[in-house]
Structures are given as C-alpha cells and as structure tokens.
Design a protein around this ligand. Structure first.
Ligand code: 13P
Ligand code: ZN
Length: 269
C-alpha cells in the first residue's frame, strides 16, 4: 500500500516535524531504547480519501472513554518503537489511528498496523481535554530527560512550584518560554489510567509536567513547541547541576529580577 503522505504536503510537514523532534530526543540522550512517545491530533488536516480508508487492525479499547474524541485522528508513535528509528521512518515506527463513535475504541488506518504507544491513555486524555476547551494545541510529547528525572528523585523538589522557581531562576529565558512552569505528577505505573488522570489534572495549570522517577509530559501547539518547552526546562536543570558539580549552590536570579522578566515579557505568573 502506498503511504498516505504521498501527495499530502500539509500532513507530510506535520509528520516530518515529529521525525525531526524524535531525532532531537535521541540525540539528547532522553530516548533510550523505546523510551518516550509522541502523538499529534491531525483531524483538521484529514481529507475525505483518508477518512474513507478501511481499518487495518481490529477494534481496540483505549481503556478510558473520552467524549470529545469521536471521529478524531491521531498520529501515534508505536509501542516498543525507537525514537532513533522513527526519526528516519516515521510511518514504519508509528501509525494513524481513528477514534470510533463510542469514544472508547480505535482502529489503525495507515500506513502499517503498528500498535500505538502504551501511554495512549495519557496522550488521548490530554487531547480530549484540549478539544473540550477549544485549545489550539495539537501535540503531546513524553520523554525521559536525564537531569529533570534525576531531580525528581528528591522529595524536596516535588513540592508544588519548588522546581519551577529553581528552574526559572537559572536563566531568564526559561520563564519567558515555559511561562506556566513545571507541574508534578507523583509516581504512577507507566501506561496506567491513573497516570493519565493525574497528568490531565496537572496539565490544566501547566504545559509541562514531571512524572516522578520517570520523565516529562508536555503539550504544545505542535510537536516543536512541546519539545522547546521541555528543552528550556532541561537546560536550566543542567545549569543547576553544573553549579552543584562545581561545589556551590547556584544563587539563581532574585525575586525582583524574575518579577521584572514577568512584566517585560507579559508573563502570566
Ligand atoms: P512505548 O514504547 O509504549 O511508547 O513506551 C515508552 C515509554 O516511555 C513508556 O512510558
Ligand atoms: Zn516513559
């Protein structure tokens, strides 16, 4: 079967962005083996010919019912698939799924019957909420950034907004480009509905959340936007750790300097 990307420049651009970001995740050392996953809501760039495609899988349960996802379409990284492979071959290491009328099941429609990521409940719960509130955000990214995961092993960093304030104070741009900060999700089993629920709650207040002892989960306008927010937070975490490795606690920007940033950049917090 020929790829649905053929003669579809808009869809190809979106999938190529996913492939590009998958390469960055691997190069950053955040995507060991099959670590991490990406989904993109591509419903508004589907044409009638794609919508008419037959299912190439059996009907599969999502695990939760998501009322706003009726007849929506997503590109999903495949479970067990590697980001470094997806970077070269996005349609061999991911697939397009369609959510069925009952909002609780899906089928794979293209290009290959690659089963979607085990974190599908978290990704789809977030997309469901984004649609419900009329958000323009279309992409969600989960990855395993080394420094941020390391910091999640210390209880003192898991109190609300402790890590947000440390990371914002390491370099001015972090607050400007991740203006909502970093939410915290206490440890839950990977792929579980409980993890999806807790992620959803935190993402009402933040664009990026830290999954304790596991990774981060971000939402964004597109996959680049979600990646950028993780990247600036991770950069701050590296600066913090480098200072600690040099044997001192970094001063961080002062309260006044942070306030000045918020005013100058019209930031919400
Ligand atoms: P998948 O290979 O199922 O996407 O899982 C990777 C992962 O990071 C789970 O949290
Ligand atoms: Zn993971």
């Amino acid at each position: 079967m020929e790829s649905i990307l053929k003669n579809r420049p808009t869809l190809t651009i979106e999938i190529n962005k996913v492939a590009e970001v998958a390469g960055y995740l691997w190069q950053n050392g955040w995507a060991e083996r099959n670590g991490g996953n990406i989904t993109v809501n591509i419903t508004n760039i589907m044409d009638d010919a794609i919508k008419a495609l037959p299912a190439i899988s059996e009907v599969k349960p999502i695990g939760i019912t998501l009322q706003h996802l009726k007849n929506t379409y997503f590109y999903c990284k495949g479970t067990g698939k590697r980001m470094r492979d997806l970077a070269r071959q996005p349609m061999e290491n991911g697939s397009v799924i369609k959510i069925l009328d009952d909002c609780a099941h899906y089928v794979i429609i293209a290009d290959n019957p690659v089963n979607p990521t085990s974190e599908l409940p978290s990704h789809l719960a977030v997309h469901n909420h984004l649609i419900e509130i009329g958000s323009p955000y279309k992409a969600t990214v989960h990855t395993h950034p080394i420094e941020l995961v390391a910091m999640s092993h210390n209880k003192k960093f898991l109190q609300k907004d402790v890590l947000t304030n440390i990371l914002w104070s390491m370099i001015p741009e972090t607050k400007a480009f991740c203006p909502l900060g970093l939410g915290i999700v206490p440890y839950e089993l990977p792929g579980s509905s409980k993890l999806a629920e807790e992620t959803l709650k935190q993402l009402e207040e933040y664009d990026v959340v830290l999954w304790e002892k596991h990774g981060v989960f971000a939402k964004g306008l597109d996959v680049m936007d979600a990646f950028d927010q993780i990247d600036v937070l991770s950069k701050s975490a590296k600066i913090y750790l480098d200072a600690k490795c040099m044997g001192f606690e970094p001063d961080g920007m002062t309260e006044e300097q942070m306030k000045e940033m918020s005013i100058a950049f019209h930031l919400p917090k």
